[in-house]
Design a protein. Structure first.
Length: 145
C-alpha cells in the first residue's frame, strides 16, 4: 500500500470538541484570589524564615557568651588551683570547680533548650495561624459557588 498517495483523514476531524467541553462543568479559577493567596503564603514564609534566622542568631550568640564565661572560669580556676598550698586544698578546689561547672552546664543546656523550644513554638503558631486563614479562605471561596 502506498501511503504517500493515500488521503489520510484523522478520525477526529469532524468531532466537535467545543460542544463536548461545553457540556462539562469546569470550575473557574479566580486568578486574583490565587495570586493573593500566594502572596499571603509567601509573606508568612518570609516572616517565619526571618524569625528562624533571628532565633538561630540569638542562640548562637548566647552559646558564644556561655563558652566565653566557661573559659574565663576555667582560667580563674587554673590560677586558684595553682595558688593552693596543699594537696587537700587543690583537691577541694578541683571538686568545687567540677561541681560549679556541672551546674553551669545544666543551666546553660536548659536555657538553650528553652530558646529552641520557644523558637519552635513561635514557628508552629505562625504556620498554624496561616493554615487557619487559608482554610477560611477556601471555605469562603467554596461558599461563593
Amino acid at each position: 500500500m502506498n501511503y504517500a498517495n493515500a488521503a489520510f483523514k484523522t478520525p477526529f476531524a469532524d468531532f466537535d470538541f467545543s460542544k463536548m467541553a461545553g457540556e462539562f462543568k469546569i470550575p473557574t479559577v479566580n486568578m486574583e484570589t490565587m495570586v493573593e493567596t500566594g502572596r499571603k503564603n509567601f509573606a508568612a514564609m518570609t516572616t517565619l524564615s526571618t524569625a528562624a534566622v533571628e532565633s538561630m542568631k540569638t542562640i548562637a550568640q548566647r552559646q558564644g557568651d556561655m563558652f566565653r564565661v566557661a573559659m574565663e572560669d576555667f582560667s580563674k580556676h587554673g590560677d586558684d588551683f595553682l595558688s593552693a598550698a596543699t594537696v587537700e586544698e587543690k583537691a577541694a578546689k578541683q571538686i568545687d570547680f567540677v561541681k560549679k561547672s556541672y551546674e553551669a552546664a545544666l543551666a546553660n543546656t536548659k536555657e538553650i533548650a528553652d530558646l529552641y523550644s520557644k523558637s519552635q513554638s513561635e514557628a508552629l503558631s505562625a504556620i498554624s495561624e496561616r493554615v487557619a486563614e487559608l482554610t477560611e479562605e477556601v471555605k469562603a471561596a467554596i461558599a461563593k459557588k
